[in-house]
Design a protein around this ligand. Structure first.
Ligand code: UD1
Ligand code: CA
Length: 461
């Protein structure tokens, strides 16, 4: 986008109609805050700065900002013009453009911003705005045009005459403006309107009146400009987001068995010929390779899957899964769990802060916490790494090709050496040397005739 470009995201408003203690822009859609969606869209642009105007819930919003994004506080919310003006001291010497957006408009696409920018350059506009013909423009500012179709101003719902209210072209609240011109127009705003606010939209009208060209990109897709004001709107946009995301990934060769029940966050990457079954939720920085199956009702957040991974009905956060590995059903991976290639992890296995080497198996009912498990290790049913003594966490090391029999407790810190065997039902408190068999359990005693003797001693009533 040519010259120096700065983005300003307005996010100081209260969001009264959400009936929430949480700032509106921090409500989530597909696992990311509304503001996060906007910042994600901006992340693809060559910006020289990104400012977020914070006000209500300023501390919470500030804490949610990624590195490189600056918060600017608007102590009193005196209107959108006042909001943008808060950045003025930070933009001394900036003579390029500013891109102004709202933090509660999650579906705005990078393509639309690019279209606005192309128009802005083509028309040499002072301001380029975004509008849409709305079936019901209630609540939106109406775009006013002259007989030649040129934008001459925007009138707010509350200030509009009946004739102006009949206009269906709504202002979607996203703008690209030449900063030196906008700055001057902002400095001259007055709050002479029904809401007693400093309207950003008035600054645009002033520029138009002063003869500066104002361009307007009319999007055929009003949802892109829809802000979230209520939870019902949030749910509607969530549904629209899911449909769009599914369409985009299906076009790229990913199967969605049930788009309406599948949630894929904006930062997720999916490989060709991967299948997402109904009810799957992929969030955060999750990446799924090619030819994977993410089975019904799985949730993955910040998970990396190589190719040909199969995950059935499991819950994974902060994990990585090697090629050809099978997980689930009902597995739980978290906090840096890392599985190698062709690992088999079965039902009711939990893996925390542990790595499993290629070909390792834990097919049922196990807890692997703070463990380093080698290649081709077999973890029997019911094996537990006893990693916590009430004060400290300790590591368990299980070397390549070791075999840990069912229902064993490995009391960490402990090492099972290469090809070591642990007999089923053992409680292992000492290291097991490579190639050794460790039996750590009481020896079985059979007492012949014991039942009859007990009956004689205490006959049953
Ligand atoms: C504004 C536009 C309106 C447009 C609508 C699109 C003005 C005067 N009107 O309406 O033409 O149709 O957006 O949604 O600009 N905010 C602040 N500080 C403030 C006021 C608002 O940061 O003092 C933020 C809000 O948090 C929100 C955004 O600005 O993210 C827009 O504010 P909102 O009150 O939703 O928009 P309107 O003023 O109703
Ligand atoms: Ca308002």
């Amino acid at each position: 986008m040519g010259q120096a470009l700065v983005a300003i995201v307005m996010a100081a408003g209260k969001g009264t109609r959400m009936k929430s203690d949480r700032p509106k822009v921090l409500h989530e859609l597909a696992g990311e805050s509304l503001l996060g969606h906007v910042l994600h869209t901006l992340s693809g642009l060559p910006l020289t700065g990104t400012f977020v105007i914070v006000g209500h819930g300023a501390d919470q919003v500030r804490a949610a900002l990624p590195a490189g994004v600056q918060a600017v506080e608007q102590r009193e919310q005196l209107g959108t013009g006042h909001a943008v003006d808060q950045v003025t001291p930070s933009l001394v010497g900036h003579d390029g453009d500013v891109l102004i957006l709202s933090g509660d408009v999650p579906l705005l696409s990078a393509e639309t911003l690019a279209a606005m920018h192309a128009l802005h350059v083509r028309e040499g506009a002072a301001v380029t705005m975004l509008s849409a013909e709305l079936p019901d423009p209630t609540g939106y500012g109406r775009v006013l045009r002259d007989a030649n179709g040129r934008v001459i101003g925007i009138v707010e719902q509350k200030d509009a005459t009946p004739a102006q209210l009949a206009v269906r072209e709504g202002n979607l609240g996203t703008y690209l403006a030449k900063w030196p011109l906008l700055r001057e127009a902002l400095a001259n705003l007055t709050p002479n309107n029904a809401q007693g606010e400093y309207y950003l939209t008035d600054a645009i009208a002033h520029l138009a009146q002063a003869g500066h060209p104002v361009a307007c990109h009319v999007t055929p897709d009003p949802l892109e400009g829809e802000g979230v004001n209520t939870r019902a709107q949030l749910a509607r946009l969530q549904a629209a987001y899911q449909a769009r995301t599914a369409d985009r990934w299906m076009a790229a060769g990913v199967t969605f068995v049930s788009p309406a029940t599948t949630i894929v966050g904006p930062r997720v990457q999916l490989g060709r010929d991967t299948v997402l079954e109904p009810g799957t939720i992929l969030l955060g920085r999750t990446t799924v390779g090619e030819r994977c199956v993410i089975g019904a009702h799985s949730q993955l957040r910040d998970v990396t899957c190589a190719d040909e991974v199969e995950i059935l009905c499991s819950y994974l956060t902060d994990a990585s899964i090697g090629e050809g590995t099978h997980v689930g059903p009902y597995a739980h991976l978290r906090q840096g769990a890392a599985l190698g290639r062709k690992v088999r992890l079965g039902n009711f296995v939990e893996v925390k802060k542990s790595t499993l080497g290629d070909g390792a198996k834990a097919a049922h009912l196990a807890y692997l916490g703070d463990a380093t498990v080698g290649c081709d290790v077999n973890i029997g049913c019911g094996v537990i790494t006893v990693n916590y003594d009430g004060t400290r966490k300790s590591r368990t090391i299980i070397e390549d090709r070791a075999f840990v029999g069912s229902n064993s407790n490995l009391i960490a810190p402990v090492t099972v050496g290469e090809e070591g065997y642990v007999a089923a039902g053992s409680t292992i408190t000492m290291d097991v040397p490579a190639g050794a068999l460790a039996v750590g359990r009481g020896r079985q005693v059979n007492k012949d005739g014991w039942v009859a003797k007990r009956r004689q001693a205490a006959p049953q009533a």
